[in-house]
Design a protein around this ligand. Structure first.
Ligand code: AMP
Ligand code: ZN
Length: 112
């Protein structure tokens, strides 16, 4: 996707604060953090949003989910963390490249 900001981040065309990368996923700091720790976990493959996932994406999604506790631990989030996936306009999604928010730390906002 040439006009996707997160694809451009993966390609290195837009700078990011990279935390982790492997063959399937890229992890970086959210530019507008909502808590002390606020990471975004994205697949390298462009998938616009959660409800476009198909059976073929099972292992990719499992990989993303299984990586979350490791990333949280590496950030020192010993007492736990929060994950959020906003989906579509009704879910408040702003960037249409699938991403998991990982939040934690002392300034974690309330969740209403
Ligand atoms: P969402 O509302 O779930 O689509 O979240 C999109 C997130 O992407 C927001 O938390 C933004 O702060 C974040 N974001 C947008 N542009 C960038 C960027 N260039 N680098 C890092 N995070 C970004
Ligand atoms: Zn993309």
């Amino acid at each position: 996707m040439t006009d996707c900001i997160f694809c451009k981040i993966i390609a290195g065309e837009i700078p990011s604060s990279k935390i982790y990368e492997d063959e399937l996923i890229y992890v970086f700091n959210d530019i507008n953090p909502k808590a002390d720790v606020h990471l975004l976990i994205i697949p390298k493959q462009h998938i616009a949003q959660l409800d476009q996932l198909q059976q073929q994406h099972q292992s990719l999604i499992a990989h993303m989910i299984l990586k979350l506790p490791q990333l949280a631990a590496a950030q020192g989030l010993d007492s736990g963390f929060r994950t959020i996936i906003n989906t579509g306009p009704g879910g408040g999604q702003e960037v249409y490249h699938l991403h998991i928010h990982l939040l934690g730390g002392n300034n974690l906002p309330g969740f209403q």
